[in-house]
Design a protein around this ligand. Structure first.
Ligand code: PMP
Length: 440
């Protein structure tokens, strides 16, 4: 296609080779590698606003935003100043400190949880929520949906068993069959499947865990009323409804996905998990919920859970500052930017004749390339896309200075720093990328 700039990635390739010698696959989290799209991941040296700069000196408009956290963009001056100030007072005390209380207060004020416990990653948050749900109910079975990701928790790294069986099989070597024996995996958005499993096993189910709006199989929003249906079904059977808002929390609205459905429909989850935005780019996450359930946690109750760096003063300062700056105007801007961009992507693909679906949940959106369904409602639909089309699109965008998530099964993320200049840079890259996709 015309206008292709083959940007050198010599320095990134050298760093990637060095990384490979000391780290499996050269990365510390698998999706950062380009296994799904081929090629060399770029090693970044700095980020500012909507932009990242790599070791070869190239600039990219960042549509990953650290996989969600950077709601305000990179190196936000006020977040930086707050963090720098906090660092002058030491980096970890191992005692209670003020900023962790203030961050917990901010989360409790924005969401329907009564109390939260802070942890350091989304994985820890869901792992702890599952343990708490089991401890509270005295039951073992966990229900989850295919295509929902909740971190690398053994019992949640489960895939649907074959055929009609809903029992799970381990999603990776290293997870004993026993760890997923009590996990049931259902198709997302499938009310009948949920009803069936609760009818059969309701009294054994400790909790149902779901992404509040899935973003880990591409963006696959809940059908209207689906989360309410899940909350009510759980309540009817004495199971807890665990809503994972690690990705959506404080991103798709001030109150996360719950602000888009539960707040209006009049229900609330029993437990919720948070991460990403609430850490402001540092390792901070949380789980929270009903006071009677949270009261079961150690040291108040018998369910053990702990963490050396939980509530770390630097991470909680970054998260608190980020949330305080995440005003209604910020959400309005990010929503508008997402509409502008997703519309432009759809138009460019239409013009090039590339079959596709753009799906949204608030400011999160993703593009399914050449799917064999009219609407993606579950993992089977998401999996029907042609990933080779995405691969061609991805590399054409990368060549033109746009860093997309390197997988067809990911949400694209924007920030308050994605201004007209950054959006126009992405829009200008679209025609050639759509053409490349058409030829894939
Ligand atoms: N839950 C959801 C919905 C997520 O998107 C993620 C991370 N992508 C996690 C949990 C796990 O979070 P972490 O990577 O911080 O462990």
């Amino acid at each position: 296609p015309t206008g292709a700039t083959t940007r050198s990635s010599t320095a990134s390739a050298e760093w990637f080779e060095r990384a490979h010698r000391v780290t499996p696959g050269g990365v510390n989290s698998p999706v950062r590698a380009f296994n799904a799209v081929g090629g060399t991941p770029r090693f970044m040296v700095s980020g500012r606003g909507a932009w990242l700069t790599d070791v070869d000196g190239h600039d990219y408009v960042d549509l990953i935003c650290s996989w969600g956290p950077m709601l305000l963009g990179h190196a936000h001056p006020e977040v930086q100043a707050a963090v720098q100030d906090a660092v002058t007072r030491g980096t970890s005390y191992g005692t209670p400190s003020r900023s962790e209380v203030e961050l917990a207060e901010e989360i409790v004020a924005r969401t329907p949880v009564d109390q939260v416990r802070l942890v350091s990653s989304g994985t820890e948050a869901t792992m702890s929520a599952i343990r708490l749900a089991r401890g509270f109910t005295g039951r073992d079975v966990v229900v989850k949906f295919a295509g929902c990701y909740h971190g690398h928790v053994d019992s949640l790294l489960a895939e649907a068993g074959s055929g009609l069986a809903t029992h799970a099989v381990a999603g990776t070597p290293g997870v004993p069959a026993a760890s997923v024996e009590a996990t049931l995996v259902l198709p997302y958005n499938d009310r009948a499947a949920v009803e069936r499993v609760f009818a059969e096993r309701g009294s054994e189910i400790a909790c149902l865990v779901t992404e509040a709006s899935p973003g880990n199989m591409g963006v696959v929003p809940p059908e209207p009323g689906f989360n309410q249906f899940l909350a009510e079904t759980c309540a009817r059977h004495g199971a807890l409804f665990v809503s994972d808002e690690v990705m959506t929390g404080f991103r798709v609205s001030r109150q996360g996905q719950w602000g888009l459905d539960g707040a209006h429909e009049g229900w609330r989850p029993d437990l919720m998990t948070f991460g990403k935005v609430m850490g402001g780019g540092f390792p901070a996450a949380a789980f929270g919920g009903r006071a009677d359930v949270m009261g079961m946690l150690s040291p108040q109750g018998p369910v053990y859970q702990a963490g050396t760096l939980s509530g770390n003063p630097i991470a909680t300062t970054a998260g608190l500052t980020t949330l305080r700056l995440a005003t209604d105007e910020v959400y309005a801007h990010v929503d508008a930017a997402a509409t502008t961009l997703s519309t432009a992507v759809g138009e460019a693909l239409d013009r090039a004749g590339v079959p596709h679906l753009v799906q949204h949940d608030g400011s999160m959106f993703s593009v399914f390339f050449a799917p064999r369904v009219d609407r993606v409602v579950d993992f089977a639909g998401a999996s029907s896309q042609d990933t080779s089309v995405f691969r061609a699109f991805f590399h054409a965008m990368l060549d033109r200075g746009v860093y997309l998530p390197p997988s067809a099964f990911e949400s694209w993320f924007l920030s308050a720093a994605h201004d007209d200049h950054a959006l126009q840079h992405v829009i200008d890259a679209l025609p050639a990328a759509a053409e490349a996709a058409a030829q894939a």
